[in-house]
Design a protein around this ligand. Structure first.
Ligand SMILES: CSCC[C@H](NC=O)C(=O)O
Ligand SMILES: [Zn+2]
Ligand SMILES: [Zn+2]
Length: 428
């Protein structure tokens, strides 16, 4: 065509610009990220709207209108916030978006998930300049606060009238990098249970051996929890289960001791102790039996223990009101799944087995509405560095991901279901 070809270096510059905006929790600069996204949208003539369902928490919605408004639309979701980082432990500052000699772009959010948000936009930029016209409307949502639960972001969007009026038929959201050459697709996710167990016991002299101290009681639980953790981890190590198919348990904090000006009193056994755990429960697990295990083995009243399960237990995440796990069909019975696979292959990509996302994403809020939602972040041959130090994405991999989305958006926006729901009168 006679249209100007996109310069890859300016594509990378735009990615760097987005990465350089400090949207780290707990004080994300949403003003800057919103301005940036809206200006990008303008530059490719997309309609944009900013909704503050919660004050100071902007949801930016972009729309590329389809030629047939009767068809359900496509929603491409991404979150604008990132997790905090320990700047001094990085080789390059996490908001520098420094590119090293191998083309690796270092930044917090380079994998999780500013890459995806901007790749959607860049793919549309390319599709527009190629003259492609969508039949279905394509929406892009840039949502805040995924990293702190999504309650002030995607959850509000999903519950809104704005969302109803979008008539969404399918949602794409984040996945994970793949260290192999296969792209990873996620059809569900684990449910987060945040558990705090507390023990009490008699205080006493640090030199005395006695039963039932708070710390001895707590440690019996920790031993039991660690045995369980190992049993789950062994299933992964043996290759019997994938990460998203076992129950993970990791200690988040340990709290005990009697403070003193120099640290802790050493010769006093404390009367209280607590530990916190991040537990992730796959849709295939039996939540009742885990709850029973917690009550009977991990925090038994008989050992002076109590427990609290945090606000994210069960229904908030991956079960609907009747307790059914929220899973998107990962096979050809779901046309969106089949189309996605086909589009990735068409763009030269290989695909691994469908997976359960090991952590949580905003996709659960859309699955709760009964919508198909697929987790996908186009990064192969890339170490999994989300929430880690020195998070990076290679620029060639980033550009390749844009081509992949170009192929996906083209397929999704053109899709007309075969078969039909109704017959016409003259066929009777
Ligand atoms: C349970 S809300 C927190 C969401 C967060 N998401 C990605 O890391 C997670 O910890 O999985
Ligand atoms: Zn994320
Ligand atoms: Zn994250």
């Amino acid at each position: 065509s006679s249209l100007p070809q996109e310069d890859p270096s300016s594509t990378i510059t735009r990615f760097q610009e987005y990465l350089q905006i400090n949207t780290a929790q707990p004080n994300p600069d949403y003003k800057k990220s919103t301005d940036f996204i809206v200006s990008q949208a303008k530059s490719i003539s997309l309609e944009s709207q900013t909704h503050e369902f919660v004050e100071g928490k902007p949801v930016v919605l972009l729309k590329w209108p389809g030629s047939d408004p009767s068809l359900p639309s496509i929603l491409l979701n991404s979150h604008t916030d990132v997790v905090p980082s320990e700047h001094s432990k990085w080789n390059h500052h996490p908001f520098s978006a420094h590119i090293d000699g191998q083309g690796n772009i270092y930044a917090r959010g380079s994998q999780d998930m500013k890459c995806v948000g901007l790749q959607y936009l860049e793919a549309i930029r390319k599709l527009k300049s190629s003259g492609f016209e969508p039949k279905r409307s394509v929406y892009l949502s840039f949502v805040p606060d995924e990293e702190i639960g999504g309650h002030t972001g995607a959850e509000k969007l999903a519950e809104s009238d704005v969302f109803k009026n979008m008539n969404v038929g399918v949602v794409l959201d984040e996945g994970l990098a793949s260290p192999t050459e296969n792209y990873r697709l996620f059809f569900g996710e684990r449910s987060p249970w945040w558990l705090v167990i507390k023990a009490t016991g008699a205080p006493g002299h640090g030199a005395k051996l006695y039963d039932n101290s708070a710390l001895e009681n707590l440690f019996k639980s920790i031993e039991s929890i660690r045995r369980f953790r190992a049993s789950q981890f062994d299933l992964i190590k043996a290759g019997l289960k994938a990460e998203g198919e076992v129950i993970s348990v990791n200690m988040a904090f340990l709290k005990a001791g009697t403070p003193s000006p120099t640290g802790f009193v050493m010769n006093l056994q404390p009367s209280e102790a607590a530990a916190g755990f991040d537990i992730r429960v796959p849709p295939s697990a039996d939540p009742q039996s885990l709850e029973k295990r917690i009550a009977e083995e991990w925090a038994p009243a008989s050992r002076n223990m109590t427990f609290e399960l945090g606000q994210f237990k069960q229904k908030v995440s991956v079960y609907d009101d009747s307790g059914r796990p929220l899973l998107t069909a990962p096979d050809s019975s779901n046309p969106w799944w089949a189309l996605l696979e086909e589009a990735i292959r068409k763009a030269g990509g290989k695909i691994g087995k469908p997976e359960i996302f090991p952590a949580s994403t905003d996709a659960r809020y859309f699955r709760l509405l009964g919508l198909p939602a697929i987790g996908f972040s186009p990064m192969v041959n890339t170490p999994i560095l989300l929430h880690d130090h020195n998070e990076f994405l290679n620029q060639a991999e980033y550009l390749k991901g844009i081509d992949i989305y170009e192929s996906i958006i083209k397929a999704y926006a053109s899709y007309i279901p075969q078969g039909r729901a109704n017959v016409s009168k003259d066929e009777l």
